[in-house]
Design a protein around this ligand. Structure first.
Ligand code: KG4
Ligand code: ZN
Length: 347
């Protein structure tokens, strides 16, 4: 790259309106995240209609803040990237239309980005990728083990058959009457508790890299219900520690087994649950003994942000991927198909 390349990215797939700018694929220039969590808290989860309305209110404000923060203008951008899916359709549409408007008005190339590709690429802002690598994606909507042999291509070797890891955290938190999103609260309580309840580990069939968390969630609810009937009261700290021990055990054990079987150079952890201290510690301990390098992004890049969309978008842009003007929000966008998409041009 002879001159500096700037790419602006927009992320609105769920409950954060985010705009970021990266320079030369890996250098974070600015990363603005406007969270709506406060508005959704009283409903115990994200309300799609409210999310879309907030995105509309926040979109231009967040964009302006990112430009002010960077000292750059839209004319300085080489391309505009946006999360096209998966996510809430009404929420995605706000970002997609904002990105299309900017790209059209400024005659800049437009790049569509898969949200999970973004979570994975958040790690590249910290450390260069070495292939083959595996990514353990653990977010509110996804739990997957993704194999990457080269940039921009994704093979899913295991995924959840029911709830995502973050979803299980949020549901158990709700049972413990903790606020939404529950993951960080369980994480905090777990640190002060002990594993006094032996919750099941769902290993599934021999050799499977799939996950299942709904049985564990039911087990927590049933255990608390039965205990209450017998007049036993568990400390929330101990329930949190016991639940977290089961999730972390399965995630870290399967991640290590997959890393060894596929002989990968790096294991990347991505998504909101990658912020979990118990998971980070267990993975660090397990991967210390092997040659695979463990990469976990800093906490602010684990939960939803646009820096990760910019990081993935910049690679897609330099590989020649361009979205057309009919780019649409795609709530069910498939990661493997996204990686195999053709190169289209708006130029
Ligand atoms: O990646 P993310 O921000 O949004 C999605 O794409 O889904 O992930 C949000 C999820 C929520 O379920 C939240 O409870 C969980 O990540 N989470 C955590 C922690 N921080 C966020 N789960 C466990 N421990 C944490 N520290
Ligand atoms: Zn996410």
């Amino acid at each position: 790259m002879s001159k500096n390349q700037y790419l602006l990215a927009i992320e609105t797939s769920c409950d954060e309106t985010a705009v970021a700018i990266v320079k030369n694929e890996r250098e974070l220039v600015t990363n603005i995240v406007a969270s709506q969590i406060e508005s959704h808290k009283r409903f115990g989860g994200v309300v799609p209609e409210i999310a879309s309305r907030h995105h509309i209110e926040q979109m231009t404000v967040t964009l302006q803040e990112a430009l002010d923060d960077s000292g750059l203008s839209l004319d300085d951008m080489d391309a505009i990237a946006v999360t096209e899916g998966p996510g809430l359709v009404g929420a995605l549409l706000v970002g997609v239309n904002a990105a299309k408007s900017i790209a059209f008005a400024k005659q800049k190339p437009l790049v569509g980005v898969h949200h999970i590709a973004g979570h994975i690429y958040a790690n590249r802002l910290d450390k260069e990728f070495e292939f083959p690598l595996l990514a353990l994606v653990v977010s509110g909507g996804h739990t997957e083990l993704v194999l990457m042999r080269e940039h921009g291509k994704f093979e899913i070797i295991g995924e959840t058959r029911d709830d995502a890891a973050g979803e299980a955290y949020d549901k158990v938190a709700r049972t413990l009457k903790l606020p939404y999103p529950g993951g960080p609260h369980i994480d905090r309580l777990a640190k002060e508790g002990e594993e006094v309840i032996d919750f099941p580990r769902s290993w599934l069939e021999d050799g499977s890299y799939d996950f299942s968390f709904s049985g564990l969630k039911s087990s927590v609810i049933n255990t608390l219900h039965n205990a209450k009937q017998k007049g036993i009261e568990y400390r929330p700290e101990d329930v949190a520690a016991s639940f977290q021990a089961s999730v972390v055990d399965v995630l870290s054990t399967k991640a290590l087994r997959a890393a060894e079987e596929y002989g990968v150079k790096q294991m990347i952890v991505a998504g909101g649950v990658a912020a979990n201290r118990g998971l980070r510690a267990a993975l660090q301990e397990k991967f210390e003994a092997v040659d695979t390098e463990l990469l976990i992004p800093p906490i602010h890049l684990c939960t939803d942000n646009a820096a990760m969309i910019a990081a993935a978008g910049a690679v897609a842009y330099n590989q020649g991927h361009r979205a057309q003007w009919d780019l649409n929000a795609n709530p069910g966008l498939d990661l493997e198909l996204y990686g195999n998409r053709g190169k289209l041009s708006t130029e």
